[in-house]
Design a protein around this ligand. Structure first.
Ligand SMILES: CC(C)(COP(=O)(O)OP(=O)(O)OC[C@H]1O[C@@H](n2cnc3c(N)ncnc32)[C@H](O)[C@@H]1OP(=O)(O)O)[C@@H](O)C(=O)NCCC(=O)NCCS
Length: 336
């Protein structure tokens, strides 16, 4: 059977930097509160013209270049996002022509902060089965256009930012986990009982006779609601569990992992995971300080930035874990 290898990465964040001090001007919050609770110092917001597929296109172009392939080699596109250009069709349909591609299948994945782990797992399965050979995966979000930027929404809106990251996964016959570069394992979970701890009720088919009503909008039901403390506690617990499972199933010791690329929801979550699992801080690569939580974008942005800064090199063993709305969570191990 084939396996799959990550052969290139890229990222793009919009140039407009929004600092915590900028947020202080539009809502009741403070730089100190945001840094103490989340570690976030700034995030990026797009301008009015930019759509999610535009961020995705730029990240994909960098990943294609970094992989050293011709775009015509790509035979499938997977897009992980919860902030699409339009209600339908999916972002992949708008991204494909922007990349100058045609006819190849595009699939949008809706698993929020775990979206990119789901995308990697799906790509790996497609490649292992022989169905596709070279898959472009992108995690992209524009949150800034969907946040309640008043004091009422401050618990959520200070945490999120815009950005995109992309990778290319390609068929390989590499299969020795101790030395070969390939995607080694994936463990995915969903626990729908927690769905309403982090969600946006509207628009939706469960919202009455009409998906969108003035009443629902006036009640702010299109904004995210979050039970922050519960989500925080579950994120630490589930990400630790998923990581432990990934290590056990693959007979890896924690010390063998060279780099941990976690989802970036809150720096304190990642610090608690490192503390609980006794992971040296130096092995955890975080970007949340600069970009906030870009949901499906955090893991591929982390990959591309770790490569750019020399923290992630060919042959290194990497573990990723994520937790988010759903609840959905998971882990994966791959040798870069
Ligand atoms: C959101 C989060 C940072 C809040 O931290 P916390 O320590 O739980 O803070 P609390 O909710 O207890 O709020 C403490 C106080 O700060 C206030 N507060 C909330 N947001 C604020 C903000 N942006 N600025 C200033 N004060 C704020 C609250 O109103 C509350 O005030 P009160 O004590 O007078 O009622 C934290 O719960 C978290 O990160 N949760 C998980 C987030 C997450 O992972 N989300 C995405 C999943 S992928």
């Amino acid at each position: 059977m084939y396996s799959s290898e990550i052969i290139g990465s890229g990222m793009f964040v919009p140039p407009q930097v929004i600092t915590n001090h900028d947020l202080e001007k539009i809502m009741e919050t403070s730089h100190d509160w945001i840094v103490q609770r989340s570690g976030i110092e700034e995030r990026r917001w797009v301008d009015v013209e930019t759509a999610t597929s535009d961020l995705a296109q730029k990240a994909c172009a960098f990943a294609i270049e970094n992989a050293g392939i011709d775009k015509s080699e790509i035979d499938c596109i997977l897009v992980a996002t919860m902030s699409p250009d339009h209600d339908f069709p999916g972002v992949g349909c708008f991204l494909q022509p922007k990349l100058g591609l045609t006819k190849i299948p595009t699939i949008d994945i809706r698993q929020q902060c775990t979206g990119f782990l789901y995308a990697m797992s799906i790509a790996n399965s497609f490649i292992r089965s022989g169905e596709y050979k070279t898959i472009l995966l992108v995690g992209a979000e524009i949150h800034s256009k969907g946040l309640d930027k008043t004091s009422r929404g401050r618990d959520v809106s200070v945490l999120f930012g815009d950005g995109a990251g992309a990778i290319i996964m390609r068929r390989t016959e590499n299969n020795d986990p101790k030395k070969d570069s390939f995607f080694i394992s994936s463990h995915l979970f969903t626990e729908g009982a927690g769905a309403k701890d982090l969600w946006a009720p509207a628009p939706g088919s469960a919202m009455g006779n009409e998906r969108i009503t003035h009443e629902n909008m006036n009640n702010n039901l299109h904004y995210a609601f979050m039970n922050g403390k519960k989500v925080f506690a579950n994120a630490v617990r589930r990400m630790c569990e998923a990581l432990t499972l990934a290590l056990d199933k693959n007979n890896f010791k924690l010390e063998e992992i060279d780099l941990f690329l976690f989802h970036q929801a809150n720096l304190r979550i990642n610090e608690m995971i490192a503390q609980e699992m006794k992971i040296p801080e130096s092995k955890v690569f975080n970007t949340i300080q600069k970009y906030g939580n870009t949901t499906a974008g955090t893991i591929p942005i982390g990959m591309a930035e770790a490569v750019k800064t020399g923290k992630l090199k060919k042959g290194m063993l990497v573990a990723s874990a994520a937790f988010g709305s759903g609840y959905s969570w998971g882990s994966s191990i791959y040798r870069w």
